[in-house]
Design a protein around this ligand. Sequence first.
Ligand SMILES: [Zn+2]
Length: 412
Amino acid sequence: MGKLPLRARLATTIGGAAGRMSRLAGRGDGSVIGGVIGLRMEPNLLALLAAGRQIVLVTGTNGKTTTTRLIAAGLTAFGLPVASNAFGANMEAGLTAALGRAPDAPLAVLEVDEKYLPAVIKATRPRVVTLLNLSRDQMDRAAEIWLVARKWRQALAAAPDSLVVANADDPLIAWSAAAAPHVVWVAAGQRWREDSWCCPQCGSHLLRDELGWRCAECGFARPPARWVLEGGSVIDSSGRIHGMSLSLPGRANRSNALVALAVSEIFGVDPEQALPRMRQVASVAGRYTRFERHGRQVRLLLAKNPAGWLEAFDVLDPPPVPVLLSVNAREPDGRDTSWLWDVDYRVLRGRPVFVTGERRLDLAVRLEADGVPFQLVEGVDDAVELVQDASLDVIANYTAFQQIRATFGRAE
Ligand SMILES: [Zn+2]
């Protein structure tokens, strides 16, 4: 902080005070407002705050917040403070606020919105850029993911000093990362394939087999990976096998942890040091949080897009444990709910299904079409009263998730 120019120091101090005031006033966690005010005083503040630190950027459609948290956990092995935007404020103001809050942290792990990645690479000159996956988010963004990948390519080609950690199993990610001179390939898997039937390089159909994917036309193919997930184990870059038991559930989180281990190793943290630290992460910004309601255990899962719904289904406790689905269609969710038709809900058959949220009728129509019996309810408490079991899983999209969190406490 002492090395910052005066204007940047003032901007950080005033931004930090605004963030604290916002928290005290109960207006969220204050992670954005401080950055907004700081940037208004010093437009170059993000670059100034990033200078001299070792920075890891994390982006992708799904898993950003969790992977960021797991990498930050791994890097605590040094015993040094790690700056991070742990609550997912992932645009310029949120990143600026995160660095401003931790002026003395030599390391920073930052989740970045997909569209902002090129600008953030330019501003922060990261040591590592982590690319997880790319798939459609809200309907109105579906056509844009190839354009996003193309912009990443250009940004990575222009940042030869950054090392890229990328998921070899996602063709769009592989195509973006291939433009970078230094890449660590990780086999993090790809559950959702609807957005990658075509070769990102030439547009031909991709062929898939147990070895991965390849294009018969131009020869673009899945790069060999140095880190592999094999059931519940990790094979690391030197071929050693580690058991991967996490507190976070599901295959998607094992993939996130695999990526986080690869990033940690770049900083010299061995998987044997990093894994116990990652195991301590039990919930991430409210995801997987459990709370008790009238004697029932309720677990909260977030699913923002079709790929995210598949991941959430993987994590559900087995039937007959009931599930409550909650869907809104506010601005951050995307106004259009036609994405509901991209998700296969038939896996929910055989368990009680409750439906709520501002767009519960849209979801009801969708479940009807998939032949999934369901019951409409007003909210979590209604569902809790109706269930016979001791536990209830809740899957909610973005603003529905935030509403439930606000009602039932923001406990981490
Ligand atoms: Zn091709």
